[in-house]
Design a protein around this ligand. Sequence first.
Ligand code: G4P
Length: 525
Amino acid sequence: MTTPQPSDPISRRRTFAIISHPDAGKTTLTEKLLLFGGAIQLAGAVKAKRNAQQTRSDWMSIERERGISVVTSVMTFEYGGCVFNLLDTPGHEDFSEDTYRTLSAVDAAVMVIDAAKGIEARTRKLFEVCRLRDIPIVTFINKLDRECRDPFSLLDEIEKTLALDTAPVTWPIGSGRSFAGTYRFGAKTVRKVDSDAEPMPVGGLEDPALTALLPAHDVAAWQEEAMLAEEGCKPFELAAFREGHLTPVFFGSALRNFGVRDLIDAMAAYAPSPRGQEADKRAVAPAEPKMTGFVFKIQANMDPNHRDRIAFMRVCSGRLTRGMKAKIVRTGKMMSLNAPQFFFARDRSIADEAFAGDVVGIPNHGVLRIGDTLTEGEDISFRGVPSFAPEILRRIVISDAMKAKKLREALRQLAEEGVVQLFLPNDGSGALVGVVGALQLDVLATRLEAEYGLDAKYETSRFSICRWVTSSDPVALKSFIDSHGSSMAEDLDGAPVFMSPSEFSLRYDAERHPAVVFSDVKDYQ
Ligand code: G4P
């Protein structure tokens, strides 16, 4: 397949993430994609890079000890005339908030499925997030070099559990030890395992050059199966894919670097270029001349020598140029983008210019927070960077009461980075922190100690649930807040939050106050 060579910068961009259950092969696939893009020379470099980062950064020792990836980062590479921005997401579900925010910044996703396991819990959950945003998905069924499930049962599972039509573009020739390659429907070509050669044209399923790849006693059954797939499965349809209803499916082995080229070619050919983004006042089109963008991730201590904080911003429109000034809409302050950065597999470099779809790192000392919109033109705020009601609430205490102010400041900074959520009770009692996954608490404690010298302990709170409360009736909202003083808190933005000891009591209050909306998701403003 030939990939397009679009000339304008926006239609060349492909900004995507890989979603998968841990161990399905996301890291291995990422590495192989970067090899194609020339961003790395050696396999193993992605893991090596992770290790290098871990040794450089103290607080990330948690990650090293537990062998999980806490951080989200972006990797940019060029291939087939396209600029790919691959946004990496943490594998562990305790950091799923980070992942959801990252998915707010992509235009497409690759779903990696382990061919022996099929759809697993986390794949499903991440898929649901993609569906909410109608993100088109390309499926890569991985580990065909191992014993695996029948391809039809895998396709059937995708269709049934995700309610997503499947269009196999390739079909595996054998599996496990006898995995010999893939046959491409339509083009009638064969790509052989462990061969760098271009796909070999064949006359169809009967072609002896193709059947010779299979053990003789498997040929008839395979032909029947492939014919059934070719005739019975839906053909690939670009519009249905772009709308998020249909996924093209590729079979391969990331470890053997097989099927990866077909996948990346498909991303270049079919994945959408940057799409318009919803903002509070209107949608913003990528081709608009004024630069706009939103921050979906803050990462601290990428370089501990400088105690820097990098805000990752997706450019939504216009052209970002080094040195330009942009307004932070939340604060109304102007900011000079003196050193925006691009990230590659190993390095970062100063970005002289960036376009819609690109993700740039903006070094700052706390002026930017998650959800911030930067604009060169009118004041608008992008929507859709979500914050989820925490599943765990803890009161935080320190032994040295003299450091209470420092603690509050530290918590505020870390909450702005999205490490935890911070809730300040209206009755003036101590701050509560909320997290979606318990490992976030470990990260918080480690960072409080390493970066702020605070020895914090957690205490259980009588509250276990919290919900943002809003209402179209301001009087009803005020009356609710006033009458629930000791159960109310404010979040980082001052938004009212109702805290409750149990689901049961939350339901009780919700039923008695129908004018109040209790929400477990909030857009960052
Ligand atoms: P993840 O990021 O989704 O968690 O998965 P990762 O790539 O780390 O892969 C998980 C394990 O599966 C790794 O083995 C990896 O080598 C293996 N793997 C990935 N793709 C394939 C494939 O196509 N075929 C086969 N047979 N294995 C594959 P590990 O032993 O856990 O780690 P490692 O020691 O190889 O790094």
